[in-house]
Design a protein around this ligand. Sequence first.
Ligand SMILES: [Zn+2]
Length: 283
Amino acid sequence: MKTALIQTALLACLCTAVAEDKGIMRFAFPKCSVVCIQDVAMRHPATLFSSVQPDSRVTPQGSYDSSVNVFLLEKDGGRYLIDAGNDARRGALRNRLNQLGVAPASVKGVFITHIHPDHVGGLLWEGKPLFTNATLYIAREEYESWRKDGARAALGAYLTPYASRLQLFEYGKTLPAGLLPIKRAGHTPGHTCFRVALADGKEALFVGDILHAVALQVPHPEFCAKYDANPAAAVTSRLEVFSSRLLLFGAHFPFPGCGSIAPSPDSPDGRFVYKQFSPKEKE
Ligand SMILES: [Zn+2]
């Protein structure tokens, strides 16, 4: 716990956070900036979740704060997105990029954590690629699993227009902007997290859909949203991410989508707690 807290505290000292506009928060680190862009604010009903332990004594209640977050990474002189949010009729990504003064044509690459509608929907605008110069990066294993999955076939509508700019990658091989893709399967068969350097010796992890309801699943990682294709594997991946002790950027963490997870010092059974990342905010 201590190490994780010290790491986060050090990073908080190295970072400035600026609320650029409603639903837009920029975290500036020595080696890059990460801008959290809220695509859609949402809450998840408790009925979405069930435990892989049938005898769980915890019953989810009410609803949980959630969000669809897209991350704009500015690194090594390039602009990249981690996921693309919902279809533009539902999501705010395109408008919020406008508010930021970021032309979609200036985005060099879009890294996809997995092929679900709230992660690839924003790739198009009026049926055409919104990011006209971007390479689309997807893990080969995720792409192959999607091709075999009839339930996700319709999502090809968002991927096909990028066919000539699609780059399938292997886990563990460094990608542009120094991103390191790591397999964390369960939510989908090829669900991918991306590791990024923020400062000397300090890294963060973009964790995609490792968590859908932070308030429930951090203290009770055995709970899975119905969207997890393989719940047992999703729990294993969740615990692997928790033990990374890195600063985490989550697609469904409450806005602004950034925090750390460590065992609670007050919990006799080592329950995890979430701490939202809060560097000093600049006016
Ligand atoms: Zn999602």
